[in-house]
Structures are given as C-alpha cells and as structure tokens.
Design a protein around this ligand. Structure first.
Ligand code: BES
Ligand code: ZN
Length: 958
C-alpha cells in the first residue's frame, strides 16, 4: 500500500486490519503540532507508573495454580441434555445496577448422549450476581442443595429438576454495565447502554446455556429505564408493546423476536439517540421499516449506510433469492466496540467507524468499508442467523461464507477486479503470515481456550477463499444450487461445515470428500508449475505440483486452478480461462494450440482461484513471461499480479544487493506501460498497477525478515521509479487535477479511481530521492502541503498529511508538516473518527523518532486506552509500522509490553490481539527474536493475565 495508511482505518475488521504506511523516508524532528505539544505532558507517565507498581507480576507457578485456562476441543462436542426453547426477559436499568429477570422454558433433549441430566447454565460470575432461582414458580432454589455456582457456571442438579419434559426456570440477577470495560455483555458507551454477545457475552448478562446450538424464541424482552435520559429502548425482533410510562420517571417497551436464535444474537440498546429511517419493499411485497440510530450529533452521517443497506437487501434477493424476514431492521452506531459490527437479529450494532460517513470526515476507503460491513451484517441474516453454527469450531461456516458474500456484493456494486485485488492484498498481508506462524490453524480449528481469539484472518479471509473455491469448481450456477439446497435442508437449525459441503456436493452430484482437507489442514500450500511448448505439434504442456512447506504432513488439497494462455508476441489469448482441478501431488495437462505467433505464456491462478503461493519453475523465463502477462493478460487480477511480481523481484534483488539492469528495465517497462496507456483498466486498476507491493506481502516471501533493510530496499526501488518517471507522474497528476475541477463530490468507482490514481502520482512526485538535499525535501513538502490545502475530500487530505507526517530533516518542511497536523486536528473539532485518523497518521510515520511521538500521544488528552478504536488508531497502527516497531534496540517491544500490561485487565479481547504483534519471533533475526520471546515470557507472568492473552502468548512461546 502506498503511504495512505489511512486508506485503511485503525481497525479494519477481522480479516483486514490496518497496515502501516510504506515509504522510504527517515526522520529527525518532533511531530506533534506545535500548538498541541504543550498539552501532552510527561511522556507515557501513566503507563510507566503502572509498570513500576509492578502489581501484576507474579511467579508462573502461582499463575498456573490460580487460572489454569481450559482448552476446548472440537472432537468433544456433545449435544446438551436440555435445551432452552423459549425466553422472556425483563431488564430494569438503574444507574449502577441493572436487574435482569429471565423465564426460561426448558425442554429435555431426548437425543442427548449426555448421561447426566443436570441443567448446565453458563454465567460469568465476575459480571453476574445471582439473586434468586426458581423452578416452575416454586420456592427459591438453595445453593449447595439444588444447584452449584462456579466461576463460569451454574449447575442445577438433575434431582432438583421437575420430572416433566418441559419446565420453567426463573432467575433474577444483577449486573453493572457501567463497570464493564471488557465491552462484552451489557455495557455503557457514552450516552447509551448496549450489548455484545458473540461469542460468549450473553453469559455476562444472565445464566443461560450460552452455546449456539441452543436456539430459542425470545418471546418477550421488556426494557425499563429512565425516560428522560434513555428515550430509545431497543431489542431484537418486532416492537410488541410500544414505549409507555411506568411511573418514577421511567418508561418501558417490550420486544418479541419470532425467529428462534442462539443467545449470541441477542441484543439490547438503550439511549438518547437520533436516527434516520426509510423502508424497503421485499420482492414478495412486504414493507420493512429500516432505521439507523446514532448519537445525535452524528445523525447527518448515516445516509450512506442506509443506501448500502437497501442495496444489500436488493442484492441478496437478486443474487441468492434471499428476502428479509422481520418487519423491522434496526442498526445502531456505537463508539466503544471491540469488533467492526455485529449481526444481532433485527438489531445490528455497529462500531461507528463502519457506519458513519460523510464527505468531510470519511475517506473513500471508509465509504467502501461502510458498504461492505453493512452488507456483511445484513447477509448474516441468512448465513449465520437463519442457519447458524452448531458450535464455535464451525465459525467459518457463517463468517467465511458471509465474507465471501460481502466481497461479491462489493465487486458487483463497484469494480470486480479492484475488489479482488484489495481482498487478495488483505489475505496475503495478514492471513498468510498467520498461517506460517504459531497461531496457524485450519479454517475450522481443532481447539481453543478463548473463542474470541479465533475470529481470525484464517477463519474469515481464508474461509472466504474456500467458499470461492466451491464456486470456481461448481460454477456460479452450481454454487447457487448448493446454496439453495443448504437453506432448504437447514433453515432454522444449527449446523456444521460438513453440512454445507454436503449440500454443495449433493446439489451438484459431485464428490467433495477431498475438499474437506481445506477444513482439516492448516498452512498455505505452494503450487509450483512448469510449462513447455512443442512447436512441431503445437502442444502446450503444463505440470502443476502442490506441497505444504510449513506442514509437510499435509495430504494433497483439491485445488481449482483457473488457467489461460497468452501469446507473447501477438498478445492474443490462445486459450480462454479453464478450471484445472489438481487433486494429486502433481498432474500434467496438455493443450493443442493454434495461431501461435510467439511463445505461449501460461496465466495461472486467474482471479487468484486458490489461497496458495505460486511458484514458476521456469526461472529463466519468469521475467519475460511476467512482462507478457502484465501487458496482455485478459484477467485483470493476473495483469496486476504480474506487475507485482516484477516489482518484488527487483526489491528482493535490491535487498540482496544484486539488483541489475535487466530486472530494473522490467520494472521501468511495466511502469512505462501503466503510465502511458489507459487501456489496461480503469483509474483504480491503473493506480494499483503503479503501487509497489506492501512491506507485509514482501515479508511473506522472506525467510528472515529484516524490517529496516526491507523498507530501505523497497524505498530504493521506489526512488528509482520516482526519478525515472517524475515528468509522467507530474503530468498525469495535473491531467487528473483538471478533470476533477468543479466536479461535485461523489463516491462512485470513477471518482474513487481518479482520487486513487492522483494520490499515487502525488506519492511518487513527493518521494525524496536525496534526503540530505534540503531543497528537495522542502519542495516535496510544499507539494503535499498545497495538495492538503486544496483538498475537498478526506481521501486527499489524508494522502497529503500522510506524506507530510514522515517529513523531517529540514526545519522549514517540518513547519509545514506541523501546520497541517495542527490544522487537521483543529478541523476535526473532536469528531472521534477524524481524531482517530490524526493519531494513525502519526503512528505510521517513517520518522526515526516515531516511537517518541507515539509515547507523547499516549498522554494526549484525546487519547483513551479504554476506547478500542482510539487505542488501535495509535497502538496497533504503530505495531504495524514494521521498521519502527521492530527497531533494533527493542524499544517497540518494550512499548507494546507496557501497553498490554495496562490494557489486559481492562479489555482482554483487544489486549490479546496486541499480543499477536510479538508472536512472529521466528520470522525475525536472532536478536529481535530473542527480545520478542523475552517479552512474551514476561507477559505470561503478568498477575491475573486473561485467558485471551494467555492463549496467544502461550502459542507464541511454543
Ligand atoms: N459476527 C461478527 C462480529 C463479531 C466478531 C462478534 C467477533 C464477536 C466476536 C461480524 O459479523 C463480523 O464478522 N464483523 C467483522 C466485520 C466484517 C465485515 C468481517 C468485524 O467485526 O470485524
Ligand atoms: Zn460476520
């Protein structure tokens, strides 16, 4: 990615989070705007204090004795002895205490293989206090006699249960949402209360069989709260009893959800909210009321989400014949949220970052994400809610499938090739790394300690690739048949990945047994190919071979390889796309070609038809083949891919100090072609064709990562390109500036493409070739500075500010940098999402003292470690700034360890993700690796370390 980190946000959902900016500059000076510097106070003081107190350090033995986290295995699945089938709840919300009453209708499960008939309820005793429990309205049950309470459970003994097949358990508990910093369960965010129950948050609200195979009808959810402070009362389903006064300044409302659901889809929101509403008429003619809520000052930023919602509803009808089922679809924007968004039935809850958007505050990337995430959560209504997961090991059943669906949606509404390129960049940048490190797991994991740790790039992004492979193998029509059968068989139930695969196989009458390997085996397979052409018989032969270098015991996968052939001299396509199926370790395919003018060049893995690493064994021809593909391939993805490979080859050669003119000529020729011809795709595609591969994806192909050297090598190639093509970049920049003049703001593909391409030009134009040339540094800063001040979109402002944030070494240029940062902050006027960008840009600077800036920013009055977005905007973005985070002196590792120490007790979910920044130690040189391991050991000994962080750190130490 070019410098605009900002094209990605602090938190890009699970399968695609932030990536650091990439550029070649180094720096000197302070970066906090002068106007702000005095407010920041003593760098890092709060966190240092918490370390000094050292209250969280104790011996390993003691930790193990007190908290031995439990590992849960897929193979141990057992259906429960009892199901809850119907639920009525009553929330009485008072400041500092919420009382939750529940009536659970319980039915004994005749099919259970569980020999004990005890009623097992989950409940997190750190959140829930039991006030009373009764069966069928009888006397209160007695602890120790009728039931037993554990840390995480309540067991009602079989002997205490009524003899009938169904009975009612009534409980009363209290919870304190105001103290809930974990943001799981019921908690307070600014002026509102809201809930997050996936994966295991419902047990922080009340005692319940909190497992996805328990589907129940939530017949009645009554909410009572202060009327003036909390006028809006929402839950799932339909409003059956509108808001009415109940005395004492309170009011209440009752909701009912007719669709049986697991507890993780439960939601409740209570607050003083504004909203916009609209409606959608389904294909069968039902009118659905749509409403999106947010804090009042943000109501004017909800229109794009509403448009996206209506587009999603239409798309799912057109593409999959799936209609919405309730009369109401509510969405609420919440500022404190661990994840991106949540698909609660009829009441989605969204992180503000994925729902608010307007011209002033949102970049093009933000708009794209709002559309994608709104689509994603909407699509879950069928893939996740109507058909859900039997257990959490099956998570990819709903997430992989729904990510695939949101990707297809975005591709259909925008540009297919651009969407595909972006998705594959995401997959390679994160999932490939995960799959080669200690957190590597199959898309259907075999075990976990904290389920929240398994909302991973693998389950999501690789999971989506696995679904895409079904479509590639079965064709879109066959895939649709499989989807139809899946819903026909399983609507209203909780099922497994095997059920999905069976529906695909049965609907198409094919055998997909071997395909299960994608669910069973981890690691990224390597696909090697070698090809030859016999001119005398005009026969083209290609041999495909697969292996799993990181998991040698893997058995062969069933891999769809989309394949075509291009003529190197005519540029014609000699063979249009065919899908080759590789099931063995190795297989050879031959093709009779006609009209061959030059050399036939294979175009393999078109559209990235499988999540593998591709290796061309015809090493000598590799570069010339890539040049043919970059120029002529009919597959947009592979045309881009060919360019990327040419650029990577040059960067790796530079890294090995072996970059010669042959490879540089290929780089230049590729740039020349993209700059001079607009025939190779729209402006977005051209922009992507002109971007060098990210540091992250380059790192994936290196045995040992040396982040600083890698950044330098990439920077060197970038400078050479910038120098060679300065006039072309300049004139393209000017041409685009002219074209954009006076055109009203829009977020369609064409406008996005123009901005993207112009900002890529800006990035090259402002690449400083010689750092010690102050005139050059200043001239470039001036270009970025005027780009910033001329900008009327967030995208353009961020592009310019991001470049400026790395400026150093020339006082006058630094003044421009500081002025822009100060201006941006001021103009943000406290808008949380804009302020997040301000933090992120600074955290991804390539200045050598960026860590000092980050530490100062931790003390900024606007920094708040408890807000996940803010925390990620600064801390996670810094950890993704790889050359800085992996500084040779270990300062980045010290920093993150301190942050984890503070954050883990407050919010284990967010903290455990930060532990992920230390676990790839085997990929780094010995010095760095050793320091990372030391930090992991230290964290493992933190007193009271959460199971979430414990799991990641333990895996990292294995
Ligand atoms: N079901 C998840 C939200 C979730 C994730 C809840 C983890 C609890 C734990 C939701 O559908 C989801 O996947 N959200 C993504 C964004 C999406 C576009 C991939 C997220 O939150 O990042
Ligand atoms: Zn999802």
């Amino acid at each position: 990615m070019m410098r605009s980190v900002i094209r990605s946000v602090p938190f890009r959902g699970i399968y695609n989070t932030n990536s650091a900016t990439i550029s070649s500059s180094k720096s000197l000076g302070g970066l906090v705007p002068v106007a702000e510097a005095h407010k920041l106070g003593n760098p890092f003081k709060n966190m240092l204090a918490s370390i000094k107190r050292n209250t969280r350090l104790m011996s390993t033995a003691a930790v193990e004795a007190s908290s031995a986290p439990v590992e849960i295995f897929r193979k141990d699945y057992l259906a429960p002895a009892n199901f809850v089938t119907e639920v009525s709840m009553d929330f009485d919300i008072e400041e500092g205490k919420t009382v939750v009453k529940s009536d659970l209708v319980v039915r004994k499960n005749a099919d259970s293989k569980n020999d004990k008939g005890d009623l097992l309820l989950d409940g997190d005793s750190s959140s829930v206090t039991l006030l009373s429990a009764r069966l069928d309205g009888g006397e209160p049950l007695v602890e120790g006699v009728d039931y037993e309470l554990g840390d995480q459970s309540m067991v009602i003994f079989e002997k205490a249960l009524p003899k009938s097949d169904t009975f009612t358990l009534s409980t009363e508990v209290s919870i304190v949402p105001e103290d809930n910093t974990q943001l799981s369960g019921f908690y307070k965010s600014g002026p509102m209360y809201c809930s997050q129950c996936e994966a295991e948050g419902f047990r922080r609200i009340t005692y319940y069989p909190d497992r996805p195979d328990n589907m129940a009808t939530f017949k009645s959810v009554k909410i009572t709260a202060d009327k003036a402070k909390y006028p809006v009362l929402l839950s799932n389903g339909n409003l059956v009893k509108p808001t009415e006064d109940v005395g004492g300044g309170k009011h209440s409302a009752t909701w009912s959800d007719p669709f049986p659901k697991p507890s993780y889809l439960f939601a409740i929101v209570v607050g003083d909210l504004g909203s916009i509403s609209d409606s959608f008429t389904t294909s069968s003619g039902r009118k659905v009321h749509l409403e999106i809520f947010s804090e009042k000052e943000n109501v004017d930023k909800l229109d794009y989400a509403m448009e996206s919602l209506k587009n999603s509803m239409k798309w799912d009808e057109d593409k999959f014949g799936l209609e919405y089922d309730l009369d109401i679809y509510n969405v609420v924007a919440v500022n404190d949220f661990n994840m991106g968004a949540m698909e609660n039935k009829g009441l989605n809850v969204f992180n503000t970052a994925y729902v608010l958007a307007d011209q002033k505050t949102a970049s093009d990337g933000d708009y794209e994400r709002v559309e994608g995430v709104i689509g994603h959560e909407y699509f879950h209504n069928w893939t996740g809610n109507r058909v859900t997961c039997r257990d959490w090991f099956q998570l990819t059943l709903k997430e992989g499938l729904t990510v695939f669906r949101d990707q297809e949606f975005s591709g259909d509404l925008g540009s297919k090739d651009v969407t595909r390129i972006e998705n594959v960049r995401g997959l390679r940048g994160r999932q490939f790394a995960e799959d080669s490190g200690p957190m590597s797991h199959p898309i259907r994991p075999e075990s976990y300690i904290a389920m929240d740790n398994f909302y991973t790039a693998t389950v999501y992004s690789k999971g989506a690739e696995v679904i895409r492979m079904y479509q590639t193998l079965l064709t879109p029509k066959g895939f649709r048949k499989g989807m139809d059968l899946y819903f026909e068989r399983h609507d209203g139930s909780a099922v497994t990945c095997d059920d999905f695969r069976a529906a695909m196989a049965d609907a198409n009458d094919v055998n997909l047994d071997q395909f299960e390997k994608w669910y069973l085996q981890n690691g990224t397979p390597t696909l090697s190919y070698s090809s030859s052409f016999d001119a005398s018989t005009s026969t083209f032969t290609i041999t495909l071979s697969q292996s799993s270098p990181t998991n040698p015991s893997n058995e062969p996968f069933h891999i769809p390889v989309s394949f075509g052939i291009i003529d190197s001299s005519s540029g014609e396509e000699l063979l249009p796309t065919e899908v080759l199926e590789l099931k063995e370790e190795s297989a050879t395919f031959t093709f009779k070609l006609s009209n061959v003018a030059g050399k036939p060049v294979p175009s393999i893995l078109r559209g990235f038809s499988a999540p593998v690493k591709l290796i061309n064994e015809n090493v000598d021809e590799a570069t010339s083949q890539l040049q043919t593909l970059a120029a002529y391939d009919t597959d947009g993805f592979n045309r881009w891919e060919a360019g990327q490979k040419i650029f990577s080859t040059a960067i790796f050669a530079e890294l090995a100090e072996k970059c010669d003119s042959t490879i540089l000529d290929a780089v230049f020729a590729t740039f020349q072609q993209s700059l001079s011809s607009d025939k190779l795709g729209d402006d977005s595609i051209r922009a992507y064709n002109l971007m060098l591969p990210t540091e992250g994806s380059l790192a994936e192909d290196l045995e040992t990562i040396e982040p600083v050297k890698l950044r330098e090598a990439r920077g060197t190639i970038k400078k050479l390109v910038a120098k060679e093509f300065k006039p072309q970049f300049q004139s393209l920049y000017e041409k685009l500036t002219d074209e954009m003049k006076g055109v009203p703001f829009a977020v369609d593909s064409m406008s996005i493409g123009k901005r993207r391409l112009r900002n890529v030009c800006l990035d090259f134009i402002t690449t400083t070739v010689n750092r010690s040339d102050e005139d050059e540094v200043l001239a470039n800063a001036k270009v970025a500075h005027s780009h910033y001040h001329a900008a009327n979109t967030m995208t353009d402002k961020l592009a310019a500010m991001s470049i400026l944030s790395s400026v150093y070494g020339c006082a006058e240029a630094e003044a421009l940098r500081d002025e822009v940062l100060a201006h941006f902050f001021e103009e943000a006027a406290g808008d949380a999402l804009v302020v997040n960008k301000w933090f992120s840009v600074q955290a991804s600077s390539t200045k050598p003292d960026v860590l000092d800036d980050v530490k100062r920013l931790m003390e900024h009055p606007e920094f708040n470690i408890k807000n996940p977005n803010r925390c990620r905007a600064l801390v996670s973005v810094f950890t993704a700034n790889s050359a800085a985070f992996h500084a040779e002196d270990g300062s980045g590792y010290d920093f993150i360890t301190n942050v984890i120490n503070t954050l883990d007790p407050l919010n284990p979910q967010v903290a455990s993700r930060m532990c992920g920044s230390l676990i790839q130690h085997k990929r780094y040189d010995a010095g760095r690796g050793k320091m990372m391991v030391e930090k992991l050991k230290l964290i493992k000994e933190f007193d009271g370390l959460s199971p979430d962080s414990f799991e990641v750190v333990s895996r990292g130490l294995k």
